[in-house]
Design a protein around this ligand. Sequence first.
Ligand code: SOE
Length: 389
Amino acid sequence: MTTRLRVAMIGHGFMGAAHSQGWRVAPRFFDLPLDPVLHVVTGRDAGSTAAAAAKWGWAESSTDWRATIARDDVDVVDIVTPGDTHAEIAIAALEAGKHVLCEKPLANSVAEAEAMTQAAARAEARGIRSMVGFTYRRVPAATFARDLVAAGRLGDIRQVRAEYLQDWLMDAEAPMTWRLDKQKAGSGSLGDIGAHAVDLAEFITGQTVDSVSGIVETLVHERPLLGEGIGLSGTASAERGRVTVDDVALFTGRLSSGALASFEATRYRTGRKNALRVEVSGTRGALAFDLERLNELEFYDATVAETELGFRRILVTEHGHPYLEPWWPTGHILGYEHGFSHQVRDFSTAIAEGVAPRPSFADGLHVQRVLDAVERSSAAGSRWVPTND
Ligand code: SOE
């Protein structure tokens, strides 16, 4: 019989739904070495936490995360709360001997991310694993892009362009959410979605961003406070509040190979709903990934006959592609939610096999340093700032 992996999830908003789905579905498709059990979900409010438990299939609900972490019958703590609580919960969970999966960005500051990474290193020495939830690495086309680069199909990387564009804040009268509050979110577009662009560009190229020159800017400084409901589906109240985060972040990065990369993160790009795109250009070829077309990868092979040159669209839907074998008959497509099952597969496999999973807390700390360097660069008139790894 497969050993159970008893999971406690802290938080139950949008990401909580995505993670619940991952924990529930992954063992039904993948042959996992450990059997994840949706054991207990924890939130601030008893009523909505119990409702989330019933909706997503968690056996129990609780309003006390410290008590949850202290339980002997919990093996994994999955953190899907806003960034201001990541450090405290993750460090406590690691110290209590629990494996930890933490949503991105790892923390709200470099200092917090450093403390978390130190706690993760101490725990790792005792066989306790930790991972940060940069889930888009696990979209099959993005993983396949990484494989093509690693196999040398692009040659030497000359240039990279990474952007994450959304438009859900275009309406200046849409109510405040915690994602617009620096205290809770750490930063705006920069950390919320720019962090994904940095991680994915580094993952695909196998390189790191070593210095940056950037600018961050707030476009809408004030919004109605939330009346009733939650998030964007909530109603606006008559009171107004100040937006304390960036709305747009633009920056240039110098990669470890010396190549240049450009980055763009905004939630004000009309018509772009969830456009996480990475384009990589090398001496032997090029590729372009676009999350809005997540079952495809554009690939240009510069080594073919001149008369046959051109980007071609690879359908990343075959059983030979990363993660695809156990899903549907070949040629059938996947969606946003599948990345969360792939995350569960990789995390639980690493726990079972006793290896350190990636992206690690150290990887998350590195991204945090890039975000911090962009903010410092912007404050200093876009001067180049090392990311200090
Ligand atoms: C909101 O902009 C958001 O939900 C991010 O917080 C997620 O990380 C990203 O996956 C989708 O957009």
